[in-house]
Design a protein around this ligand. Structure first.
Ligand code: COA
Length: 373
């Protein structure tokens, strides 16, 4: 059995960002147009008038101020309200492959490794753009990595579940190092006409090099002290898009083929589950919550993260203890906690303890305990 480290992380951030104000202006233009087009039906009670969104509400309810996106114009066009991402020929790299490879290149560079040092690629994310061939195998080809690749989806928790799978492979000697890549174009499945959720997501990609400790040479190493995962079935976050949609014509294009959630319920149910899992994981590893210098949490909602850390620590956490990236990235699904980890790790002294934790649809919750080397 080998000891395992994370020896490098990478981040790809799209060039364009949309502020709450820009998003709300587009949404409210759509609302005004809809209400005007349907004035008679609204008047007679056949159709319900739509209500405007508000930038102040979005920031207060979620902590989100802006989000990076792969296509800004298509999303903000009130006639369209979805990204415009043209199809590519089969002999071009796919857009998900490009994002993932860009993040992976940075992770390799920080790890001081090349493609020749990697034996596997796991693409772990919520939003896979096609059924097959696996995006991971395409990224292998783009980077020149030998060995194996597979895709996996555990929604927002995909990255921590991927890190556990990679860590197990490395521990058992099946691979010297594995790249865990989370490319997320969340705007592809976001209903920009739904007032309750149009502000939630953004796009980004992350990558993590999981490597045998005795082979690692980078200055950015973290020992993986343990991983712990939990899943419990829930319908509170759901997306019914899938290959059987065409076999039920009545449902094609319906709103449930995009992201749908009961936000309040998710908030109420998930926070205690995360605090309990992380607390138990630390205890089983022989550590105290007070030993942890940093919590890199899933980035969906600021109040949610405050509540989880408060449950764990018994007091409010400082922003150094639980860093925030959702203000500028919004929820980037599986990439979120890794963006926080990538952005807020270099200041930690040797020996510092941190917890990387994700949570999301399923429900699915992951905890990875890390110690800076
Ligand atoms: N603009 C203005 N008002 C809005 C609005 C918008 N865009 N969307 C909803 N509102 C209104 C609602 O109509 C409601 O009004 P009412 O009180 O008059 O009925 C009020 O704001 C509160 O709505 P609610 O949906 O209960 O808001 P919330 O405080 O729960 O915040 C979320 C919504 C989505 C930000 C929050 O529930 C959340 O983030 N939950 C966790 C989600 C999560 O982590 N999901 C994981 C996904 S991976």
């Amino acid at each position: 059995m080998h000891n395992v480290v994370i020896s490098g992380t990478g981040l790809y951030t799209p060039a364009n960002s949309i502020s709450n104000e820009e998003l709300v202006q587009s949404f409210n233009t759509y609302v005004a147009q809809f209400n005007s087009d349907n004035a008679a039906a609204i008047e007679s009670g056949e159709v319900q008038a739509l209500t405007e969104s508000s930038a102040a509400f979005i920031e207060k309810a979620s902590g989100i101020k802006s989000r990076f996106v792969m296509d800004k114009d298509g999303i903000l066009d009130p006639q369209r309200m979805k990204p415009r991402l043209p199809e590519r020929a089969n002999d071009e790299w796919s857009i998900l492959c490009q994002m993932g490879a860009a993040a992976a290149e940075q992770a390799l560079q920080r790890a001081g490794k090349t493609a020749a040092d990697i034996d596997g690629v796991i693409v772990a994310c919520s939003n896979l753009q096609r059924a097959y061939p696996a995006i991971s195998i395409e990224i292998q080809a783009a980077l020149g990595v030998q060995g194996f690749g597979f895709d996996m989806n555990v929604a927002c928790s995909s990255a921590t579940f991927g890190i556990q799978a990679a860590s197990n492979s490395v521990q058992l000697g099946q691979a010297r190092a594995v790249l865990v890549i989370s490319p997320e174009i969340c705007t592809g499945h976001l209903n920009f006409r739904d007032r309750d959720s149009h502000f939630i997501f953004g796009d980004a990609a992350t990558a993590v090099v999981v490597e045998r400790a005795d082979l690692a040479t980078s200055p950015y190493q973290f020992d993986i002290l343990g991983t712990k995962l939990l899943t419990q079935f829930s319908n509170s976050i759901r997306n019914n898009f899938g290959f059987l949609n065409r076999a039920a014509e009545e449902g094609v294009g319906a709103p449930d083929k995009l992201f749908v959630q009961e936000g309040r319920k998710v908030f109420r149910e998930v926070c205690p589950m995360v605090a309990e899992l992380v607390g138990k994981h630390l205890e089983e590893t022989g550590l105290n919550v007070s030993d942890v210098q940093r919590f890199w949490l899933h980035q969906a909602n600021l109040s949610m993260n405050h509540l989880i850390v408060k449950k764990l620590l018994g007091r409010e956490a400082s922003v150094e203890e639980a860093p925030v990236i959702l203000d500028t990235y919004a929820n980037t699904s599986s990439a979120g906690s890794v963006i926080a980890f990538h952005t807020y790790q270099d200041d930690l002294p040797k020996g510092s303890l941190g917890v990387l934790s994700s949570f999301g649809a399923g429900y699915s919750i992951g905890s990875v305990i890390l110690r800076k080397r």
